[in-house]
Design a binder for this molecule. Structure first.
Ligand SMILES: [Zn+2]
Length: 417
């Protein structure tokens, strides 16, 4: 499967700015773009100091969404433009861009903003599944940090919840040890797990866009949800009935498990403060992080021992890219622009080089990598960096690019041997 299908570029992250810069503005994005540009102009006038935000208040906001559906959302205002455009965050963690034209009513309640409880979020996810025309009944499994709403049966949902929790703990432990302070998610983390690819395609098309249905699973940056389907349910196989069944079936398809881990890593990264949703996070970095963590560990019940190991399929892709110079993207291109991720003929190189670069930096220059991550963490939402800004920021931490590129390729040839 082509890496480009791992996730739909437009839905996986709030790539509004990068799409703006690359000029590849899709239908839905163009609707958002109006709001984005409005907010960008004046956002900093409202909340100029991230360290000292005003206490969040619950606002009930009524607006027509991009599909002309009238919605009333209980939310907090993250950004407000002078012309009245808003970036809202709902109690389920979903982000909404509202233009002045879409806005109908704004009711300041005076109450404080509270995320939905895990149980409330589970009920909301179940309603969404039903509203999208999926007839299979849902079951909700709540774990310490996740809410898994599934049509794939309780056993599979519980197995997912336990995998996600193990990854959560390993992810946080890794960054604590690296000296990067992250926070626990303010919101329970939503996952929708459909029983098969057909239901997944139906849900993904309505939740996001038709091209989302092609992915084997994805994290939706606007809605904060991960959307997956039961990987053990092949067209000619019976659903797994026990955790042992699930494990046996999944061991035969490690690529599929890597997809799940990859998408959960995106969700953890965007909810722990490693990245900020709708900030201009370089794509090589967000994808590189997800691939750094995606090597599954199904062996251990409690730990997660594979973080930082060579990602064999990505290394194979990287080696093949290295052997085909016309496919290899210059490091400067990868750092300055996200465009290669959106082009089918460049996506494999973009993913494998992003993994290799992240792997190299975290293995050989981890303190510098943490310094760089801290600078990316401070990026404001909805402000696009220029290609030059991106390059300057990267080089100010890692030094001159030619030297780094040479060292990187040399070091990579020794990996996996
Ligand atoms: Zn990804």
């Amino acid at each position: 499967m082509q890496p480009v299908l791992r996730e739909s570029a437009a839905i996986n992250r709030g790539s509004i700015m990068s799409r703006y810069k690359s000029g590849a503005v899709g239908l839905r994005t163009s609707c958002l773009l109006v709001a984005v540009l409005t907010v960008m102009a004046t956002a900093t006038l409202v909340f100029s100091n991230d360290d000292d935000p005003p206490p969040p208040r619950l606002q009930r906001v009524t607006f027509n969404d991009s599909k002309s559906v009238t919605r009333t959302i209980e939310s907090r205002v993250l950004l407000e433009a002078q012309d009245g455009g808003l970036l809202l965050e709902g109690r389920d963690g979903r982000l909404w861009n509202v233009t002045p034209k879409q806005l109908q009513n704004r009711d300041e309640t005076g109450d404080s903003f509270q995320p939905l409880s895990a149980e409330q979020l589970g009920e909301q996810l179940s309603r969404e599944v039903a509203e999208f025309g999926i007839k299979t009944s849902t079951q909700v499994v709540v774990t310490k940090h996740f809410v898994v709403c599934s049509t794939a049966g309780r056993v599979y949902a519980e197995w997912c919840g336990s995998l996600f929790e193990r990854l959560h703990d390993a992810f946080h432990a890794y960054w604590t040890e690296a000296g990067l302070e992250l926070r626990e998610s303010e919101f329970p983390l939503p996952a929708v797990v459909l029983k098969d690819r057909t239901e997944f395609a139906e849900f993904a098309t309505k939740h996001d866009r038709p091209d989302a249905a092609q992915a084997p699973g994805y994290f939706s940056e606007p809605t904060n949800r991960i959307i997956l389907f039961d990987l053990t349910a092949g067209p000619n196989s019976t659903p797994a009935k026990t955790a042992g069944d699930i494990r046996r079936k999944l061991e035969a398809s490690s690529f599929n498990v890597a997809t799940m881990v990859h998408e959960v890593t995106h969700q953890l990264a965007f909810n722990s403060g490693l990245h900020t949703r709708y900030a201009d996070n370089p794509r090589w970095l967000t994808e590189g992080m997800a691939m750094f963590f995606e090597v599954p560990d199904l062996d251990s019940r409690t730990g997660w021992k594979t973080i930082g190991r060579v990602n064999a399929p990505r290394l194979k892709d990287f080696r093949e890219t290295l052997r085909t110079p016309r496919e290899m993207l210059p490091l400067a291109d990868l750092i300055q622009s996200d465009a290669s991720f959106l082009k089918a003929e460049q996506a494999r190189a973009a993913y494998s080089e992003s993994w290799a670069l992240t792997f190299f930096l975290l293995k050989t220059r981890r303190d510098d990598a943490v310094t760089y991550l801290k600078s990316v963490q401070r990026k404001p939402r909805l402000i696009a960096d220029s290609p030059d800004d991106r390059l300057r920021e990267f080089q100010s931490t890692f030094g001159e690019l030619d030297t780094l590129e040479r060292d990187w390729k040399k070091w990579m040839t020794r990996q996996g041997k």
